[in-house]
Design a protein around this ligand. Structure first.
Ligand SMILES: O=C(O)CCC(=O)C(=O)O
Length: 292
């Protein structure tokens, strides 16, 4: 039997998301977490985080450094921190393994364990079950949602950041490497909200200008009561339609909530917007999902 059933497909199509238990074993989750712990142990903290700045001009350079670091991260493994984890000399004020918000955006390409999971038979089976003909992997992230300080992710649609023509071609796969609960900041969705288009797009600004990205349009205000929690057991995966509205709360609990997440796009008859912050590069064109 397929890992994803017809009923799961129906639920995904109706609600814009579906939870599938048991994508990974507990041991596979621990191996991915262990590898990430090694990456964090060995990380070089980026200069724009480490250096102290005193003048307005220097502060601006720091902001520019931050923006450059982000916009060129699509084909690299880079580190993005929670707020308030460095002192004014750029030293950690929390343990380094508790400082990170996420690592992105090319674990799927450069880290063998992550690559293996991304292209695993179960993931390929999910894409086939959803009828994808020629899906590619566009980006990947490891999100930590640190105990006590893991920040909230405000309501959004992924197509705001990963825009295609036509819409409806991007799917997020969000794999819980630990139990994701209402207490430690699981995802919340507005079921069915994938059917109303998008109201906001993040676009690159013209070359040579700053900031490097801007928003066109604004996010709608959503009724809090419409959000439904999506707790997931360790090893489970949530499939996220590119236009479904979702969010996650701050993690105020004592538990972390590590996830590995990546996005795929049906590349057949789809135009990836050249205005998206994320662009395929010569070093890393978006890899095909279907491999042997
Ligand atoms: O992991 C989270 O808390 C939020 C992730 C999310 O919303 C996304 O990747 O689109």
């Amino acid at each position: 039997m397929d890992f994803m059933t017809d009923r799961d497909v129906q639920k995904y199509q109706e609600d814009g998301y579906v939870i599938l238990d048991g994508l990974l074993t507990s041991q596979e989750c621990d191996e991915l977490r262990h590898r990430m712990a090694e990456i964090v142990e060995q990380m070089d903290v980026p200069d724009h985080c480490r250096t102290t700045f005193s003048t307005y001009h220097e502060e601006q350079l720091k902001t520019q450094g931050n923006a450059d670091y982000f916009i060129t991260s699509g084909d690299k493994i880079r580190f993005f921190f929670e707020k308030g984890v460095f002192d004014d000399k750029g030293e950690f004020i929390v343990p380094r393994e508790r400082s990170l918000n996420k690592v992105g955006h090319a674990l799927h390409a450069y880290e063998p364990l992550y690559k293996k999971v991304t292209h695993s038979p179960k993931i390929q089976g999910i894409a086939k079950k959803l009828g994808l003909k020629s899906p590619v992997v566009t980006q990947s992230m490891y999100i930590f949602k640190q105990p006590g300080i893991g920040g909230e992710v405000t309501p959004h649609q992924d197509a705001t950041f990963l825009y295609t023509e036509p819409l409806g071609r991007v799917i997020g796969l969000w794999i819980a490497l630990e139990d994701a609960t209402v207490n430690n900041g699981c995802l919340w969705f507005i079921p069915g909200s994938q059917n109303s288009g998008i109201t906001r797009r993040m676009v690159r600004t013209p070359k040579g200008t700053f900031p490097l990205t801007d928003f066109i349009g604004t996010e709608k205000t959503y009724d809090e009561d419409k959000f439904v929690a999506a707790p997931v057991r360790k090893g489970g995966v949530v499939l996220i339609h590119g236009e479904v509205v979702h969010r996650s709360a701050q993690n105020t609990s004592a538990d972390s909530r590590h996830v590995y997440t990546f996005h795929i796009m049906e590349s057949q008859s789809t135009k990836w917007s050249p205005d998206n912050w994320l662009q395929p590069t010569e070093e890393l064109p978006f890899p095909l999902l279907y491999t042997d």
